[in-house]
Design a protein around this ligand. Structure first.
Ligand SMILES: O=c1ccc(O)c[nH]1
Ligand SMILES: [Fe+2]
Length: 351
């Protein structure tokens, strides 16, 4: 449904307040010509209502001849901010950056965060922002899951469709997304409600079988015809086979001519009860980046390509996010998701 400017502004006021915005803060709104003006206006108006010192940094759009489509997550890491130290300084000067153009997975984002500046990504359509308005209880649940994730030495994922995957953990931090940027140097994304880490280098092994209904982002397709099997060895996808969806995925990844695109990237699970598995089917491809699919409660979300977000060396632009249903996710001997249902830790369950 359409969301009025006034309603969106109120939601932004709620989220900026959760992000510790007040009269002591400066807020930079990062935009480009393709930013949603409703979002830019709501962010600016909300920041002013909270008496923050607000300003806009506008960058010309960045394009690359390898990039295809308009999804902001399809080509990551190289952005309009790359090699633009003046704009980067203008953003590092802020206490909070509201990013409406997508810096995620870029080294520049990491540099801005390292300076103590917080970043809140907000690129989804107002309907999704309104439906998945974050709350302190979202944070409590995601942080409770983070505590068990951080203790774990291994992750194991199985499914009736035939997935049997595992990886060692601990080399990389656990990243939480609960929808507001409330701590110094924190990045978050509204809407969200999930958490992830990266497999220790070279340890991801096994098979992931994408069954009918699993989702391929940024294609925004549900696997429909027959399962796609990914065979993973030493942290990299070695073989992709199945029907049409497998052929399409192979061809898309080959297009980048970069062996790093086959690396496993972030892996974790969804904790957002207001995200719906079905929502993606109601949006045009250019409407959204598909956060319902990344965040729906009980998914196992894995991804491919970059690890810049955790200081890793892979800055490959091809990034697939692949949420799966009906998986069982175990951290050491603790089952956190059982056949697509969150079962532990208790404090992470939504009532
Ligand atoms: O919120 C997000 C969005 C995309 C992504 O790759 C990770 N987290
Ligand atoms: Fe991702």
């Amino acid at each position: 449904m359409p969301v009025s400017q006034s309603e969106l502004t109120q939601h932004f006021e709620h989220v900026l307040r959760l992000s510790r915005v007040d009269e002591s803060q400066s807020v930079a709104i990062l935009k480009s010509h393709y930013s949603n003006t409703f979002i830019v206006n709501a962010a600016m108006e909300a920041a002013l209502r909270l008496k923050a010192r607000a300003y806009i940094v506008e960058l010309p759009a960045f394009n690359h001849e390898t990039a295809m489509g308009n999804d902001l997550t399809a080509y990551v890491g190289h952005t309009a901010l790359t090699d633009h130290p003046a704009a980067q300084q203008a953003l590092m000067a802020a206490d909070l950056v509201v990013d409406t153009m997508m810096l995620l997975h870029s080294p520049e984002q990491e540099a801005i965060l390292k300076s103590g500046t917080r970043i809140l990504l907000a690129v989804e359509p107002p309907e999704m922002l309104a439906r998945m308005l974050p709350s302190e209880s979202d944070k409590r649940r995601v942080v409770a899951a983070q505590k068990v994730f951080e203790q774990a030495a291994t992750i194991k994922v199985t499914s009736a469709a035939g997935s049997d995957f595992q990886a060692a953990l601990g080399q990389y931090p656990v990243v939480t997304e609960y929808g507001f940027a409330d701590e110094p140097g924190r990045w978050d994304h509204w809407p969200s409600g999930f958490l992830f880490s990266w497999p220790n280098e070279g340890t991801a092994e096994g098979t992931l079988v994408l069954d009918v209904g699993d989702i391929l982002l940024p294609f925004k397709n549900y696997v429909r015809e027959k399962p796609v099997t990914l065979e993973i060895e030493k942290g990299f996808i070695k073989r992709i086979h199945g029907g049409f969806d497998a052929e399409y995925l192979r061809e898309y990844m080959e297009h980048f001519k970069d062996p790093e695109v086959y690396a496993l990237s972030h892996i974790g699970w969804g904790l957002q009860p207001r995200a719906q598995w079905t929502a993606l089917g109601l949006h045009d491809k250019n409407d959204a980046i598909g956060m319902d699919a990344r965040a729906f409660e009980g998914n196992f979300l894995f991804s491919t390509g970059p690890n810049t977000e955790v200081g890793g060396p892979r800055n490959t632009p091809c990034h697939m996010d692949i949420p799966m249903r009906h998986c069982t996710v175990m951290l050491d001997d603790l089952t956190v998701v059982e056949e697509g249902k969150v079962v532990a830790p208790e404090e992470s369950l939504s009532r």
